[in-house]
Design a protein around this ligand. Structure first.
Ligand code: NAP
Length: 239
């Protein structure tokens, strides 16, 4: 989205990051970082910066900021929409167990010790402490802090996108028996799902909660169409 908007001379774009990643990937547009201070803070920001259009392009599991964005846009009477890629759906050969939270996923691993690839992000990795009988391989961009208390854990620090071939190697190398993943959608992290299918590995899939709020588009192309429409409506009004 940022790459597509960076070359649009008629737009002043600012990309907002939560500020959780120590060394975020470089961006082709100006970046601000850190929470706004809840809905009220976001409303203040939108007003102070005279923002015309708010795009919620956060991760599908970032529920709080999405709810805040919808409420702030509503209260400011600002134009807003969400860019939310569609969820993955199981295909022939997939062995998925759908659950509704990371804690449910950990419980669903069962009593017998398993070799588990935990790909749910570092913030929720600590849920694994509830089932210390398993050996976990936890992948995240930044270190898990504090570390897990389970006796068998290995940390993999890397940033996507992840290629299928590398995911196949990783799952085989560690002799992973089950993958725990969030249904994030998109291509960048789908490699592990495809690799699990090819290797006959079960995936415990944390599904998304329903979100109400902003109108949603699922692709960058659809978002750009919406932006074009918005810009031309402003121009027609002589703004
Ligand atoms: N959840 C995931 O699985 C996941 C995965 C990959 C990337 N991410 C990204 O990591 C960020 C944090 O995710 P989360 O699940 O912790 O979010 P969250 O629970 O929805 O939001 C928690 C708080 O973080 C701040 N925040 C979140 N996104 C922000 C943004 N883009 N700009 C400024 N402040 C932001 C807000 O603080 P204030 O209330 O103070 O404004 C928000 O209330 C999101 O931007 C998300 O896109 C999340």
């Amino acid at each position: 989205m940022a790459v597509s908007l960076a070359t649009r001379a008629e737009l002043d774009v600012v990309l907002s990051l939560a500020g959780r990643t120590a060394d975020p990937a470089p961006q082709p547009v100006p970046v601000r970082s850190g929470g706004f201070g809840g809905v009220d803070g976001l409303i203040r920001y939108l007003r102070d910066e005279a923002i015309d259009l708010l795009i919620d392009a956060t991760h599908p599991f970032a529920a709080r900021i999405s709810a805040n964005a919808a409420r702030a846009a509503d209260q400011c009477d600002a134009t807003a929409f969400a860019l939310r890629r569609s969820a993955w759906v199981p295909v022939e050969g997939d062995d998925w167990l759908p659950v509704h939270s990371v804690s449910q996923a950990i419980a669903a691993l069962g009593a017998a010790p398993l070799r588990v690839f935990l790909a749910t992000g570092r913030r929720e990795a600590h849920q694994a402490n509830a089932a210390p009988q398993h050996h976990y391989w936890v992948r995240s961009v930044d270190p898990v802090e504090p570390p897990l208390t389970v006796p068998h854990v290995s940390y993999i620090h890397s940033r996507g996108p992840f290629r299928l071939a590398d995911e196949l190697d990783m799952l085989q190398h560690h002799r992973i028996e089950v993958v725990v993943a969030k249904n994030s959608g998109g291509d960048a992290t789908y490699g592990k799902i495809e690799a699990a299918r090819q290797l006959g590995i079960k995936v415990i899939m944390v599904e998304r909660a329903e979100t109400a709020g902003l109108p949603v588009v699922e692709t960058v192309e659809a978002a750009l169409d919406r932006i074009d429409h918005f810009v031309s409506s402003l121009m027609n009004r002589g703004v």
